[in-house]
Write a protein that binds this ligand. Structure first.
Ligand code: NAP
Length: 239
């Protein structure tokens, strides 16, 4: 296992849910953080938690779907951190609706955020890793990236695309000692699913954001010669 202490990580969607839990888990390993989300206000909670932990972290308000905002935010965070060793492409949005009900605006929003957002952030962070000949990129897809279900054509299309782009990028950069992995979690108890699932939550049945965070940390700690290309995180006893 390798130590993560002193590494620098950039996390998109680092203010809430899986991104926030991953920020906290990495901070506990001594990782310095750059966090991106659309609004500065949404960092309030994670900011106070990271401060309590004595973590070094910086935040930037930027929309992953807007390339100019992302180029500026990533460049600023990279300078403040003194480089980026780990990129967690986590920011994402969902949309539910039968195919004929989904509007072009909804398709555009979900594809721009979940797919092009990942492209823009990676394009901004990858050159630094290529220069160092080392790095980690963790992309968050979804179970919906492996299997289409009723009412999720746009979300599913975006998450299938994440797997395709991740696997192609992986083949291009592994020779540069850069590990690209993609996660395909099932339901995790976050704002994201609370907005979409109406029944009350049993914490013993739903995976928690902290579970995914722990998984990401353990994966990053693997010796540099090995990485997990694609993995699925499932609840043990869901319903
Ligand atoms: N929860 C699940 O069951 C589940 C399962 C499989 C995969 N996933 C995937 O896991 C990732 C995180 O999901 P989550 O459940 O943690 O969601 P969440 O609790 O809704 O958090 C989403 C995070 O992304 C940020 N964000 C959203 N749109 C953004 C944009 N355009 N630009 C920058 N930041 C943006 C949000 O902050 P702001 O709103 O302030 O921008 C927030 O920090 C997503 O990619 C999701 O598709 C989730």
């Amino acid at each position: 296992m390798q130590s993560l202490n002193g590494k620098k990580a950039l996390i998109t969607g680092g203010s809430r849910g899986i991104g926030r839990a991953t920020a906290i888990a990495l901070a506990k390993e001594g990782v310095e953080l750059g966090l991106i989300a659309r609004s500065e206000e949404s960092f309030e909670e994670v900011r106070s938690e990271l401060t309590k932990l004595g973590a070094t972290f910086y935040t930037a308000a930027a929309d992953v779907a807007i390339e100019a905002e992302i180029q500026k935010a990533v460049a600023e965070l990279e300078t403040k951190l003194g480089g980026i060793d780990i990129l967690i492409n986590n920011a994402g949005v969902g949309v539910k609706g039968n195919f004929l009900e989904l509007t072009t605006e909804q398709w555009t929003n979900v594809l721009n955020t979940n797919v092009l957002g990942m492209v823009y952030v990676t394009k901004a962070a990858l050159p630094g890793m290529m220069k160092k000949n080392k790095g980690d990129i963790v992309n968050i897809s979804s179970m919906s990236g492996l299997k289409g279900t009723e009412g999720s054509s746009a979300y599913s299309a975006s998450k299938f695309a994440v797997i395709g782009l991740s696997e192609s990028l992986m083949q291009e950069v592994r020779r540069h000692n850069i590990r690209v992995s993609v996660l395909t979690p099932s339901l995790v108890d976050t704002d994201f699913t609370r907005n979409r699932v109406s029944e009350p939550r049993d914490p013993n049945k739903f995976m928690q954001a902290e579970d995914i965070a722990e998984y990401i940390v353990s994966q990053l700690k693997l010796e540099q010669r090995i990485f997990i290309k694609t993995s699925a995180q499932w609840a043990t006893n869901p319903f």
